[in-house]
Design a protein around this ligand. Structure first.
Ligand code: NAI
Ligand code: MG
Length: 354
């Protein structure tokens, strides 16, 4: 079978890690022999935005829909304000293609020493389920009086029963599919007294359908402490768009580096292609140097392969990645001395033997 993959490298290290991921995916398909990938490349980036005045052409979404999945690098560059780039590319894709779940697994890959002793491989094994379509990133609000001394800006969060119910159900199903069957629901419903209170009540309703899942609730501020000091008490975590965005960067740091962490933007109805991307951004501080950690990109590629139904190939890729981290072939963010190319080459080589 041939899978059509839309590739959007975007900006900065997004382009470096996307080409590394494509190399690894091609190698994986070649070794496995049962499927292949046809990549459709889209040059939607901040550099081209400055030249053309748009990130995506008008029929961009239709072009993406012709693919089985989307592989995304990162968007954002100092030449364009970040809210323009985010709202020019990644957020419209997530919204238009009904990718209402963002799944962010975190664990300590073999051979990696986590920064905190408490967060060892046996302690930290989580899946963060991020609400990906509404909440704080709904984009509603406005500014009056421009940027004068009287300026007032509103940033309105939107929470709907439909939106909450579907993310809760996905989170419970995820928790149920994992050995510990444990779900922690995160809010800030003491201070945010409308939307977060609706989260609490819809959560309580959906929880009744899952008597075999053990659950608890946390306020997001206290959650940062629990993740850091009692990681072993957590398994599956569900949180809003903003809260989960922040918590997943913390999770990535606790697992070794932001350069490792993967994410899947899923349309669970499978009516639209889902999108796979490392959680990090374009990293202008290291872009162009060839030293970006490609592990988060490879792990995201493995999640894409799994979503497309090829479990064995996904497992093989994860094994190859971890053989390489264990062998000490790592980039600088993981205290190694290898560059992107060396890590990519090593993973391709490992694929021959796993
Ligand atoms: P960032 O994730 O790009 O970088 C944060 C820090 O982590 C930097 O020091 C960077 O060098 C390091 N880092 C990130 N990925 C790495 C990797 N693979 N290997 C080694 N080191 C890595 O976040 P930042 O600096 O806040 O944002 C930079 C730009 O990226 C902004 O324009 C921002 O809006 C955008 N961004 C885009 C995202 C997306 O496309 N989904 C997500 C996050 C940020
Ligand atoms: Mg983020």
């Amino acid at each position: 079978r041939v899978f059509k993959i839309a590739s959007i490298p975007g900006d900065g290290i997004g382009t470096e890690i996307t080409s590394a991921a494509i190399e690894v995916l091609q190698k994986l398909a070649f070794i496995e022999g049962k499927f292949s990938f046809e990549f459709n490349h889209f040059d939607w980036s901040s550099e081209n935005y400055v030249k053309r005045g748009w990130y995506m052409p008008e029929d961009g979404m239709d072009q993406l829909k012709k693919n089985d999945a989307i592989y995304f690098g990162a968007v954002g560059w100092p030449n364009v304000p970040d809210h323009i780039s985010l709202w020019g590319l990644i957020l419209p894709i997530r919204n238009s293609l009904n990718q209402y779940v963002n799944v962010r697994p975190t664990r300590i890959l073999r051979g990696i020493t986590p920064p905190l002793a408490k967060c060892g491989p046996k302690d930290l094994d989580w899946v963060i389920v991020r609400e990906n379509s509404e909440g704080e990133y709904a984009g509603h609000g406005g500014t009056t009086h421009g940027h004068s001394s009287h300026a007032v800006a509103t940033e309105v969060s939107i929470f709907t029963r439909v939106g909450i119910e579907r993310i809760m159900r996905f989170a419970f199903e995820t928790a149920k599919s994992r050995p510990r069957r444990k779900l922690t629901m995160v809010t800030k419903s003491n201070a945010q007294r409308h939307g977060m209170v609706l989260w609490d009540s819809v959560f309580a309703e959906v929880a009744k359908e899952y008597p075999d899942v053990q659950w608890d609730k946390m306020l997001v501020d206290a959650m940062t402490v629990r993740m850091t000091l009692q990681p072993q008490t957590l398994d599956t975590i569900v949180a809003t768009n903003l809260h989960a965005d922040i918590l997943s960067d913390l999770a990535a740091a606790l697992s070794g580096s932001i350069g490792i962490a993967p994410s899947s933007n899923l349309d669970p109805t499978r009516q639209n292609p889902s999108m796979f991307e490392p959680i990090h951004g374009s990293a202008p501080d290291i872009a162009g140097k060839g030293i970006a950690n490609p592990v988060g990109a490879f792990w995201s590629a493995a999640e894409m392969v799994r979503w497309l139904g090829m479990e064995e190939a996904a497992d093989a890729l994860m094994k190859a990645i971890e053989n390489v981290t264990e062998a000490g072939i790592r980039t600088k963010d993981l205290h190694g001395s290898s560059d992107t190319k060396a890590v990519t080459g090593a993973v391709c080589k490992e694929l021959e033997s796993v």
